[in-house]
Design a protein around this ligand. Structure first.
Ligand SMILES: Nc1ncnc2c1ncn2[C@@H]1O[C@H](COP(=O)(O)OP(=O)(O)OP(=O)(O)O)[C@@H](O)[C@H]1O
Length: 243
């Protein structure tokens, strides 16, 4: 089966800042792939290239076996609707209740009739998935950081994305809460057979969630292996992340 995401020989520079230099990777259906790299190594640039928010200078990127830089805007919009993002900031609307936050993506992608019929059920199912059905009428400010992260994940799940991009999902959370989020990532993978790209520095999260780890070093895919193999590596550039 073709990879869900394929990045091949991609280059991206900003002036003299050569961020991606012949970077390649593939993500397979149902896989949790972690991208690990130092701050400023280009992880966010890579994600933005995959959804064509910024265009690569060279190389090609295929999502669902289609080259994204040839796509018309409406085709790109349809593609993006199949991709869910969990931002580091959660990006919840503070002035809206949890229910309204979850309904927000439905407004863009479901008709009025569909919403009237199915929004309540979709909201409750997504909240159930993250164990927070009781917060439906609460405001974001009433929730802890970990709960807000889970609500943000519920809002991502409500459109049933085929691909989920997690941007440092456990950053800023205490270890117990971080563990809960990692467990949710695994649950989502199993329940929805989601294909995920997870950007993370959190070794516990990586150990728990990753089927495979890509190390983005010097603009390229420096290593591509399981967490346990990388952990045993003696390569000094790889060891830096573990020591
Ligand atoms: N739009 C842009 N214009 C100019 N430079 C940019 C732009 N976006 C990113 N960069 C540069 O590209 C490099 C990689 O940035 P990126 O945000 O991808 O890093 P990162 O690996 O995600 O870092 P972090 O872990 O700190 O979030 C940085 O040097 C950054 O300044």
């Amino acid at each position: 089966m073709a990879p869900v995401v394929q990045v091949k020989n991609v280059y991206k520079s900003f002036g003299q800042n050569h961020v991606l230099r012949n970077f390649s990777m593939s993500v397979h259906s149902g896989e949790n792939l972690v991208v690990l790299g130092k701050s400023g190594s280009g992880k966010s640039v890579l994600i933005k290239c995959i959804i064509n928010l910024i265009s690569a200078d060279k190389g090609h990127i295929k999502v669902f076996d289609k080259v994204i830089h040839n796509m018309e805007q409406d085709e790109l919009d349809k593609l993006r609707a199949r991709i869910g993002f969990l931002f580091q900031s959660n990006a919840l609307y503070d002035s809206m209740t949890v229910r309204e936050n979850l309904e927000f993506p439905l407004r863009a992608h479901w008709s009025k009739a569909q919403r009237r019929k199915g929004a309540d059920q979709a909201v409750m199912e997504a909240l159930d998935d993250v164990g927070l059905a009781h917060t439906v009428d609460m405001m974001p400010e009433e929730l802890s950081g970990g709960m807000r992260k889970r609500i943000a994940l519920a809002r991502t799940l409500i459109l049933r994305p085929t691909i989920i991009l997690y941007d440092e999902p456990t950053t800023g959370l205490d270890p117990a809460t971080a563990r809960e989020i990692s467990q949710l990532i695994i649950k989502v993978q199993k329940k929805y057979n989601a294909t995920s790209i997870i950007i993370s520095h959190d070794m516990n999260c990586i150990n728990m969630t990753a089927n495979r780890v890509i190390m983005l070093i010097d603009g390229r895919c420096y290593a591509n292996d399981s967490y346990s193999n990388l952990r045993m590596s003696r390569d000094p550039k790889i060891r830096e992340f573990f020591d």
